[in-house]
Write a protein of this length. Structure first.
Length: 193
């Protein structure tokens, strides 16, 4: 879904002799996990974006919590002329992205595409689980059959998403939330129309 949204905006950026560039987090490439595709126009630009996306981005649960902020900082340094900046992320477990995104908003039109999966917003009732915190390595044992635990998990996820939406609103950034259980292309068209 994130790759599809990136291709849609790349195609839109190339209309009327525009150009498109990408700063991508994760996957193979430069040290620090940030890859830069300089702006290109026409068909070579679209092909280059598609190739970069095919190489992959940070897999779930393995992203550096400061990577989004670093990528936004890189975009700010590279983007001298005003234009459209599209940020595609789940904004999950990322720190301090607000300031660099706000700085971009001062110079550019910014759209934040938040990708999500409803399965991440709820804890299934599957019984006892042993979970490892990827940051600390701490082992946590929970009983997912407990309704109060599942309700609290869902409430925390709603609060997290509401906090992201509120921060994007505060920054004056257009926010489009996409979900894997919807027709994301229709949602992009509806929100941009």
């Amino acid at each position: 879904m994130a790759e599809g949204a990136a291709l849609v905006f790349a195609r839109l950026g190339l209309r009327r002799a525009g150009s498109v560039g990408v700063v991508a987090c994760g996957g193979p490439g430069e040290p620090g996990g940030i890859r830069v595709l300089p702006p290109r126009g026409s068909k070579p630009g679209f092909v280059a974006v598609r190739k970069l996306l095919e190489e992959g981005v940070a897999p779930d649960g393995r992203a550096d919590p400061d990577m989004l902020a670093a990528a936004l900082g890189r975009v700010f340094k590279l983007s001298k002329l005003s234009g459209l900046i599209v940020v595609i992320s789940d904004f999950r477990d990322q720190r301090e992205w607000e300031r660099p995104l706000g700085a971009l908003r001062l110079r550019h039109a910014v759209v934040a595409i938040e990708v999500g999966d409803p399965a991440e917003a709820e804890l299934p009732a599957v019984g006892r689980l042993a979970l490892v915190d990827p940051e600390t390595g701490e082992l946590v044992r929970v009983d997912s059959s407990n309704g109060r635990l599942r309700d609290r998990f869902a409430a925390l996820e709603r609060e997290r998403r509401a906090a992201v939406a509120a921060e994007l609103r505060r920054l004056g950034v257009k926010h489009i939330a996409l979900s894997t259980d919807q027709d994301w292309l229709v949602e992009i068209g509806r929100r941009l129309g």
